[in-house]
Write a protein of this length. Structure first.
Length: 714
């Protein structure tokens, strides 16, 4: 979100304005502040959603039913009618015909001011009602014969409750006059066919009637191109600047030693590395040998073997006498890592510590002491790893799994756990959501990216089937059949119990406000557990969700892993990390409520053994367009990179990258899927600015990102 301080001589007023709940602010001002419209530059960059044409008056006799038109006429009558509820009905005559204006919500003052003989200019959709032609809740303005028409299209802005369009339009108009919109980019950086920033913004807020509505709507207008260029340029500059600043930092030099722990670990692994795993291991090893901190993203599809790459990377650091920390977003995922790493490393003499919030006080003290003394060479855990009481002896490598699930502050906190002069630990972030190249070019310009682009041999293909929830009984019979063959089954539900009103998976879906969502009629995990237990009395059915105590969750997972439980009914706590090769059927209930990436992660819990596996997506009708797209994508491909490409198209870059969690600035105007040609121009311009005009580059970053540029360094 762009932030630029407006020129102001009153610092106290500016400070007060930064507080939406300040007592001296009016209700519309508070509503504006809730939208982040605090400074003039914020308002100048608050662009219209659409436009209304108030430059012409349409005679009623020429207007067609269903058409949105502007009409001007004289009030012949108004009255309050009660038809189930009170409503104000105004009869308007323009000399060529009559129309009824119907208001279901109104004030008494409106009835008085819109009395017979008053001239009104109204705009709305004309439709045929039971009593003739009418408009419901049109825009109304009292005018005279001399009131001029608008000379430009009227903007309609994104707004919240308590913020009238008229108030917002006036605020934007004033801000455009005051905002610092002078050019900060040197000549030659911006293509000459585009307008200046000030001209671009003026034409987008006040387009002429002759402007192409299509070009304004699809953002191909030159004014839109200028804004998208500037926004992408700020993103690219801030990322490249963060990368350049990191080059001046120092980190421990961690050489790959012959016959060391790395080589010994390779020798005891019960499998051979794939060519892709060997390649990324070499890339990471080269980074660790440099005196600058590694800042690398390790990405790979579900089941591609990122954990063993992390273990081999940690082995290099531990052989050099440094500690490593691996932080995962959930206790289940952290425990999966812990078990694997203990199994691989403890026989080689490596002490692995375990830190989570559920540890008892005595056990926690013992683990903290082992970490502080250096006895624990590798520390695995959840966000408990970054708590203040955790003191490392010598942290040389920080590993973060599912990095987009952590906030910026949490990632920075882990990097600051090395308290040894001016050194920083190396940082390896991991993600099972492969990031499309176009997205990486902007959002990851400051990161080195390693990609595991092949799966280990022996993985069985997963068949995905999409069923309406009316076929639920058929699916339950399929479970009986699978269990009878000796296989195991996951059944995933989005909710824990019927009192929970917010779908915990909705954050994966772009543009959805989950803060005040009404209760959803979704099957829940506790009800489904009871249903399956009753329908399959001969089958062991387990229950797993995030509200269970940690010990109970661990026990349920152990029993399922050992085969004592045949069916596991769970929430998305099993999304990552759970590895039970005997599981061959995954049922995802209300699949339309999940994001594509999450569906792909869940599907990846099966297909880990030699048995052919199936993923069943149960959906409830009616399906939204985006829901249909997600389910179609899941049925058509199991390729994680293709899934990611479609996910980006559906959700947009901000949601895809977890930008809400990370604090990274979202792209408001540019679209990485559509603006690839523009992105190539931006990359050239960014390199030119940083080399030849660093001060201009800094001013541009500050205008568009303000303090948020700091987030991009995490």
């Amino acid at each position: 979100m762009p932030r630029q301080a407006a020129a102001s001589s009153n610092a106290k007023a500016a400070a007060s304005a930064a507080k939406p709940d300040a007592p001296n602010l009016s209700a519309p001002q508070k509503a504006m502040h809730r939208l982040g419209l605090v400074r003039d530059i914020d308002l100048a960059l608050h662009l219209p959603l659409r436009y209304e044409d108030e430059t012409v008056i349409t005679p009623l006799r020429q207007a067609r039913d269903g058409q949105t038109v502007q009409v001007e006429g004289v009030v012949r009558d108004n009255r309050v009618e009660v038809r189930g509820r009170r409503q104000l009905v105004v009869k308007l005559d323009d000399g060529t015909g009559e129309v009824l204006l119907r208001f279901l919500n109104f004030y008494g003052s409106q009835q008085k001011s819109w009395g017979p003989g008053v001239r009104l200019r109204v705009r709305g959709e004309l439709r045929v009602g039971f009593f003739g032609r009418e408009m419901v809740h049109p825009n109304v303005r009292i005018v005279s014969d001399a009131t001029p028409l608008s000379t430009a299209l009227t903007p309609v802005y994104p707004a919240g409750a308590g913020l009238p369009q008229a108030y917002l339009r006036k605020a934007v108009e004033g801000a455009l006059k005051r905002a610092p919109l002078d050019e900060v980019l040197p000549a030659g950086v911006v293509p000459p066919q585009w307008p200046s920033l000030r001209q671009a913004l003026h034409s987008l807020h006040h387009p002429s009637p002759s402007a192409s509505v299509d070009a304004l709507t699809d953002h191909s207008d030159p004014a839109w191109q200028r804004l998208k260029f500037e926004e992408l340029l700020a993103q690219q500059l801030s990322r490249l600047q963060a990368k350049a600043e990191r080059a001046h930092l120092k980190a421990p030099v961690l050489p790959l030693r012959p016959q060391g722990l790395h080589e010994r670990l390779l020798g005891v692994l019960p499998f051979e590395l794939t060519a892709a795993q060997r390649r990324v291991c070499e890339e990471i090893a080269l980074d660790l040998q440099r005196p600058q901190p590694m800042h690398r993203l390790l990405q790979g599809d579900v089941g591609s073997g990122k954990t063993v790459v992390a273990a081999l990377s940690a082995a290099i650091a531990m052989e050099a006498g440094w500690q490593c920390a691996l932080m995962a977003p959930t206790e289940i995922l952290a425990e999966q890592h812990f078990r694997k790493l203990v199994g691989w490393l403890e026989p080689l003499g490596v002490k692995v510590a375990w830190l989570t919030g559920s540890l008892k006080a005595k056990a926690k003290r013992e683990q903290l002491a082992a970490v502080a003394s250096g006895e624990a060479q590798l520390v695995v855990g959840t966000h408990a790893v970054i708590q203040d009481q955790v003191e490392f002896s010598r942290l040389g490598l920080a590993l973060i799994d599912e990095q987009h699930r952590f906030g910026v502050a949490q990632r920075l906190q882990l990097r600051r756990k090395l308290d040894e002069g001016d050194l920083e630990p190396h940082l390896l972030m991991m993600s099972a959501t492969p990031i499309p190249r176009t997205l990486a070019m902007t959002y990851l310009a400051d990161l080195e990216v390693s990609t595991i682009d092949e799966l280990p041999p022996g993985r069985t293909p997963i068949v995905t089937k999409v069923f309406a929830d009316t076929r639920r009984e058929e699916v339950i019979e399929r479970i009986r059949h699978e269990v009878g063959k000796g296989s195991q089954v996951y059944w995933v539900c989005p909710l824990i119990d019927e009192t929970e009103e917010t779908d915990q998976t909705a954050d994966a879906m772009a543009g959805r406000d989950s803060a005040k969502r009404p209760p959803l009629d979704l099957s829940n995990v506790t009800h489904t557990h009871i249903e399956l237990s009753e329908a399959l009395p001969e089958v062991g059915v387990g229950l797993l969700h995030g509200r269970l105590p940690a010990a109970e969750k661990a026990e349920v997972m152990d029993r399922f892993a050992r085969g004592e439980l045949h069916v596991l009914v769970a929430t998305t706590v099993i999304e990552v990390g759970v590895d039970v090769p005997n599981a061959s059927l995954m049922v995802i209930e209300h699949a339309e409520r999940f994001g594509l990436s999450q569906l792909h992660q869940l599907r990846g819990r099966v297909g880990r053994g030699a048995v052919a596996s199936v993923c069943v997506l149960l959906y409830a009708s009616p399906l939204s367009d985006s829901g249909k797209q997600r389910l179609r994508a899941m049925a058509e491909t199991t390729d994680g990179f293709e899934i990611s490409r479609r996910d980006l198209d559906i959700r947009g870059p901000g949601e895809f990258m977890g930008a809400r969690q990370s604090g990274a600035a979202l792209l408001r105007f540019a679209d990485l899927a559509e603006d690839q040609a523009l992105l190539a121009q931006v990359q050239q311009a960014a390199q030119l600015l940083l080399k030849q005009h660093p001060e201009a580059a800094q001013r541009h970053i500050h205008r568009w990102l303000g303090q948020k540029a700091e987030y991009l360094k995490a």
